[in-house]
Design a protein. Structure first.
Length: 167
């Protein structure tokens, strides 16, 4: 009888616990992109990539080229798509499986990432940035080049600062 009462009590305890409306701990996760073009994103994106470029890179990586009416998976040639926003464009080339095999990126007057901004103004304290350009070239999983070209002015003096990043 004692065993029956113990089992009965434990059963109620488990039922009461199961009635908790939110028993799971919730965690906020960063946006995770699962795509056939993950290698492209992993190669072109890091802390030195401007935010506006990141957004367009994600769009190019997640684009389903196979849904495009002009795409023919039986053709061996690469399929070209151009993605644009107000700051620049990405010219992406897809293979017949929908993977990005090459891309050229060009953006102008972007907000510089903190690390890049710190590098530009190190030793250029009183200079003012008047314009900038960001460009990169991607070929399969090899990033050929990433370059920032920044124009600085200080009174009547002007100079260009060029920063190359390699991954």
């Amino acid at each position: 009888m004692r065993t029956l009462i113990t089992i009965f009590a434990l059963g109620f305890a488990f039922l009461a616990y199961a009635q908790d409306p939110d028993p799971l701990t919730r965690y906020e996760l960063e946006d995770v992109v699962v795509t056939a073009n993950s290698a492209y994103l992993a190669t072109v994106q890091d802390e030195n990539t401007p935010a506006v470029a990141r957004m367009l890179q994600k769009q190019a990586a997640t684009y389903d080229v196979r849904s495009n009416k002009e795409f023919d998976k039986n053709v061996a040639d690469y399929f070209e798509m151009v993605f644009k926003n107000n700051s620049g464009n990405i010219d992406a080339y897809y293979d017949n499986k929908g993977r990005i095999v090459a891309a050229s990126e060009f953006f102008k007057d972007v907000q510089l990432p903190a690390k890049v901004r710190d590098e530009v103004f190190k030793g250029n304290d009183e200079w003012k940035m008047t314009s900038n350009r960001y460009s990169s070239s991607y070929n399969d999983t090899d990033l050929v080049r990433r370059t920032y070209k920044i124009k600085l002015e200080k009174g009547d003096h002007k100079k260009d600062v060029v920063i190359h990043f390699h991954k």
